[in-house]
Design a protein around this ligand. Structure first.
Ligand code: BTN
Length: 237
């Protein structure tokens, strides 16, 4: 088991905590090392998007996992499950996961995950959690509405809770991850359309398979599996 949070490097400001953690990983830093920052000038999200947050109001967290082996195949699902548990331990909220790894509260995005890896050596688990961002402080042109944990939760409390929950979830058995994901699957039964390199279509979310792919029942009745690197989703009503 990896115990996350020690050592930790904190930057008042940096470009991206994932980049700092990656440098540390490349220079041999131990698994469990965590990088945090008060602000990022070039925070990154999935699919080449940017991740922006007002200074001091979001947890900007990147953790090194090493080595990265076959037992971590479901890491992209295990990490948001850890974030859900961590946040629910701090405030009276119920979190869901929008496949593959956005964390939602009341259909609003609370946290995002960006995992970057050089298998089998290391993975950097990047997590951004909106802790105390006021509604008017979110950018007006977000793809999906955002929310904060609120409830007076501090950045330190959020970080410590994520350290604990990640340590518990990162090496979890696949069956446990799949079962827990099913309990929090925000897309189950939800109408969605997708577009990818080779395929596009529309249908209804129907859980995940054993490899963590999203299962969708297409409008023609066929069940297909979508890989997270391949497709982008748009949600219907
Ligand atoms: C997403 O929702 O697209 C993923 C967002 C991940 C943002 C976090 S903030 C800490 C870490 N550093 C980054 O540059 N990105 C991740």
């Amino acid at each position: 088991m990896t115990a996350f949070g020690s050592p930790r490097r904190h930057f008042r400001a940096t470009d991206s905590t994932n980049d700092r953690a990656r440098e540390l990983a490349e220079s041999g830093a131990a698994g469990g090392t965590v990088v945090t920052a008060g602000s990022q000038s070039a925070g990154r999200g999935r699919h080449g998007r940017t991740w922006a947050a007002p200074p001091g109001k979001a947890l900007l967290y990147s953790a090194i996992l090493r080595p990265l082996d076959a037992g971590h195949a479901l890491l992209p699902l295990a990490v948001p499950l850890a974030v859900c548990e961590a946040m629910e331990s701090l405030a009276a909220v119920r979190c869901e996961v929008k496949w593959p790894n956005d964390v939602w509260v009341d259909e609003r995005k609370l946290a995002g995950v960006l995992i970057e890896a050089l298998p089998p050596d290391w993975a950097v688990i990047g997590i951004g959690v909106n802790v105390a961002i006021e509604p008017k402080e979110f950018p007006s042109k977000l793809r999906w509405p955002a929310t904060s944990i609120g409830h007076g939760v501090t950045l330190d409390e959020a970080r410590a809770a994520i350290d604990r929950a990640l340590s518990e979830w990162v090496d979890s058995e696949p069956d446990r991850v799949i079962a827990a994901f099913g309990e929090r699957d925000a897309l189950d039964g939800r109408r969605l359309t997708w577009s990818g390199v080779e395929e596009e279509g529309s249908g209804v979310g129907a859980g995940v398979d054993a490899r963590g792919n999203l299962l969708v029942v297409r409008d023609d009745g066929e069940r297909v599996a979508l890989g997270s690197g391949e497709v982008q989703l748009v949600l219907g009503a």
